[in-house]
Design a protein around this ligand. Structure first.
Ligand SMILES: Nc1ncnc2c1ncn2[C@@H]1O[C@H](COP(=O)(O)OP(=O)(O)OP(=O)(O)O)[C@@H](O)[C@H]1O
Ligand SMILES: [Mg+2]
Ligand SMILES: [Zn+2]
Length: 370
């Protein structure tokens, strides 16, 4: 597994991009009708498919099978087998140029590229310029102005596909000339789905709880989750939540929920034993406290607004939500608002303390003894 997983499993069709239907449906319909725009701006959360979609779109623009075969064209996808498609995939094509503006913002270079794109394509039906991390272009006037000028009067053969995580840094003069597509944070279920299929085809041994934990650690980004999977499977044969917790220093839902349950049941001796155990096992207590705060915050807000569940569905699996719901019944705001406040205070103390467990233990004792 030498090649990075996320490159190996980069989707090659719009249909394989998970969780972005609001984008893929529109693009597929446009491609099916052969309505290709002159400028696209793909923006949103890191690791959610922007660069991937930009490359698929570039193939749609240039695919030779789409030119020849109207029935195939109506599928709204690239064929991935013709010369243009394979050349674009391997980065060998002269008519599709990908520029990473984050590492390539030299005025002259980018300006020349954009100006050169006015010439007709060498061998494809269109020329495509992919400008990744396009907000970085704003740093260099020359290339930025060249882009603006070309966008104002685009030659018929030219398509710009821009991508960025920071829409607010893209000047309005540029953004307003593009078809804009928002890539959202990926809900945890989609991340689990993709990790599970990678694990299956790579024949990795990762148990269900570990997959859920990796997906949660991805925090809305599939690339991050895939990178963590690669990192952790390079260390061990069989991966469990426990191993991930140790290596990546972040506790899984079950551990945090377990400690929260002990706190809710006011089982002081068991709570203290659990904190000591986690500390001895080498877990990061500062991070544990942070997770506990988030956990109780979820319980408390659900007490007042059960509809928030639909929001938490993005971050938690169905099983975890069921657990959470059971604990909501145990919440007593009179007791648990002070508890959250005490945890927050202990969190800020422990970050600078050589004894991180003590503020947490003291907070728990003070809250549970009364
Ligand atoms: N929606 C998705 N469906 C399936 N796989 C995805 C999706 N989003 C990301 N991935 C996986 O993550 C990898 C990285 O995705 P991509 O480079 O497209 O993200 P990005 O949005 O451009 O991220 P960044 O903002 O950090 O540049 C892909 O190769 C793919 O394996
Ligand atoms: Mg990208
Ligand atoms: Zn093709």
């Amino acid at each position: 597994m030498a090649t990075a997983l996320y490159r190996l499993y980069r989707p090659k069709k719009l249909a394989d991009l998970l969780g972005q239907e609001q984008v893929t449906t529109v693009l597929q319909n446009a491609a099916a009708a052969d309505k290709i725009g002159h400028a696209y701006l793909l923006y949103g959360t890191r690791g959610t498919g922007k660069t991937t979609a930009a490359r698929i779109l570039a193939k749609i623009c240039c695919c030779a099978t789409r030119q020849k075969d109207a029935k195939f064209r109506a599928k709204g996808e690239p064929c991935n087998t013709c010369d243009p498609c394979t050349e674009i995939d391997s980065g060998r094509s002269v008519d599709v140029i990908e520029i990473d503006a984050a590492s390539n913002n030299k005025v002259e270079q980018v300006r020349e590229l954009i100006e050169g794109a006015r010439l007709s394509p060498a061998s494809y039906v269109r020329k495509v310029i992919i400008l990744d991390e396009v907000h970085m272009l704003a740093l260099s006037r020359g290339s930025f102005n060249a882009l603006l000028k070309t966008l104002e009067e685009p030659p018929a053969h030219l398509v710009f596909i821009m991508a960025t995580t920071e829409l607010d840094k893209v000047p309005a003069t540029i953004a307003s000339r593009c078809q804009r597509f928002h890539f959202r944070r990926l809900p945890i279920d989609f991340i689990i789905e993709k990790l599970t299929s990678i694990i299956k085809s790579e024949k990795l041994k990762v148990d269900a709880e570990a997959i859920e934990l990796l997906a949660a650690l991805g925090d809305g980004s599939l690339r991050d989750a895939e990178s963590l999977l690669a990192q952790i499977t390079s260390l061990n044969d069989a991966v469990t939540a426990d191993i991930i917790e140790k290596h990546l220093g972040r506790l899984g839902f079950n551990r945090v929920a377990g400690l929260a349950q002990l706190i809710l049941e006011k089982k002081l001796p068991e709570c203290l034993a659990q904190v000591s155990k986690l500390h001895e096992e080498g877990h990061n207590i500062v991070d544990l406290t942070k997770q506990l705060i988030h956990y109780f915050r979820r319980l408390l807000t659900l007490t007042y607004n059960p509809d928030l569940e639909s929001l938490f569905k993005q971050e938690l699996t169905g099983k975890e939500l069921t657990e959470l719901r059971k604990q909501v019944a145990l919440i007593d705001p009179a007791r648990h608002i002070p508890l959250i406040k005490a945890l927050i205070t202990s969190y800020s103390q422990m970050r600078y303390s050589p004894f991180p467990t003590i503020p947490l233990e003291v907070a728990i004792i003070e809250q549970l003894k009364s």
